[in-house]
Design a protein around this ligand. Structure first.
Ligand SMILES: Nc1nc2c(ncn2[C@@H]2O[C@H](COP(=O)(O)OP(=O)(O)OP(=O)(O)O)[C@@H](O)[C@H]2O)c(=O)[nH]1
Ligand SMILES: [Mg+2]
Length: 337
């Protein structure tokens, strides 16, 4: 199950208390203080992991606690430190602390594999009484307590990390395109809203060059007010370097389709409008071969005249124009870096 939002609580481990203890040895009637220090509590650490791709682990379990430090003991023995608790998170997870008044503070944005960020530091261990002996007080009877840690409430929001985001009406052929350009195996079908959750695929351009493409559910007019599946998945293409508007060449009004899509993205986040993008006509194999060239030219001209944007035409099923598309996308990503 693809989960991209979770609320959890975390609690770092308490510090172990310092010990009050005195040496008791045979033939040493009055031994000095020998209480050891408490161990440090375990911290809660967030770590990015490319192999994770959902927040499912945080959906049902709600409290994540690190181990507390062990108290010190006699003979200057320090308590053991608590083990850290590592929360593995998919790349693209933003972590917010929810304060008591409900306000949110961003703590981290996990973008790299193995990247670690301490979310809650374990409590310091207390000092044992052996630390407090002075020439005037050779038998201190006090030690300090380990630091106690409070629960912290967090919000985890996953925004998938991809280079290219696919945008299109339902049935435009987005998932099919991802399936032919990458090893991903999204569900494909001849009805609207086949895709219900985002999926990533790695597109290999050459042996050493690749990029990541994100397929999201189709968008329809009014998505920003909740029509269709709404805009809830748009955040997964919010951070892509470029966008790809995929438009069925056989749609009634391809230019209008593009305008609607673009407007929905703009209404969701005006910044999306500033990203470099491509307009790609899909399913050109559905046009009989003898009319294809003319039709592609006609629709392309329409776009070029009104948007001064060049369009590409492809067929995922007929394997037309896919290499050109791949290279163009790769180049555009490089240019946008
Ligand atoms: N002839 C032809 N059919 C295609 C092509 N690409 C996709 N299709 C078909 O179009 C239908 C929809 O394809 P999908 O890839 O599921 O479309 P989608 O854009 O992901 O749709 P949603 O997930 O519902 O938004 C399927 O029946 C595909 O087989 C193509 O290049 N040529
Ligand atoms: Mg799909």
């Amino acid at each position: 199950m693809f989960i991209d939002y979770a609320r959890i609580k975390i609690k770092a481990g308490h510090g172990g208390d310092g010990a009050v203890s005195f040496r008791r040895e045979k033939f040493v009637p009055k031994g000095g203080p020998d209480g050891g220090d408490g161990g440090r509590g375990g911290s809660i650490i967030a770590m990015g992991d490319t192999n994770a791709n959902t927040l499912l682990n945080y959906r049902y379990k709600k409290l994540f606690k690190a181990e507390s430090g062990v108290a010190g003991s006699g003979n200057r023995k320090s308590g053991r430190s608590g083990t850290d608790l590592i929360l593995t998170l998919p790349l693209g997870t933003e972590i917010f602390e929810i304060k008591e008044d409900g306000s949110k503070v961003k703590l981290a944005d996990i973008t790299d594999h193995q990247e670690r960020i301490v979310l809650a530091k374990g409590g310091r261990g207390g000092k044992g009484n052996s630390n407090f002996a002075t020439p005037t007080n050779q038998a201190p009877r006090h030690a300090t307590m380990g630091k106690r840690c409070q629960e912290i409430e967090l919000e985890l929001v996953l925004k998938l990390m991809a280079d290219v985001g696919l945008v299109g009406f339902p049935n435009a052929g987005k998932s099919t395109l991802l399936s032919v350009l990458s090893a991903a195996t999204p569900k494909i079908a001849d009805y609207e809203f086949t895709t219900l959750e985002p999926m990533l695929g790695v597109v290999q351009v050459t042996e050493y060059q690749h990029f990541v493409m994100a397929d999201i559910p189709g968008i329809i007019e009014g998505a920003h007010i909740g029509k269709g599946l709404g805009h809830q998945f748009l955040r997964h293409i919010q951070r892509t370097s470029i966008l790809l508007y995929l438009i069925d060449i056989d749609s009634e009004d391809p230019l209008e389709a593009y305008r609607i899509l673009r407007n929905e993205l703009y209404l969701y986040d005006s910044f999306m409008d500033k990203k470099p993008f491509n307009i790609v006509l899909s399913k050109i194999d559905t046009i009989p071969e003898e009319q294809r060239e003319a039709k592609v030219a006609e629709v392309s001209r329409l776009f070029e005249e009104t948007t001064s944007q060049k369009v590409l035409a492809i067929s995922s099923v007929g394997n037309i124009g896919l290499d050109a598309l791949k290279f163009q996308l790769y180049k555009q990503i490089q240019d946008s870096l």
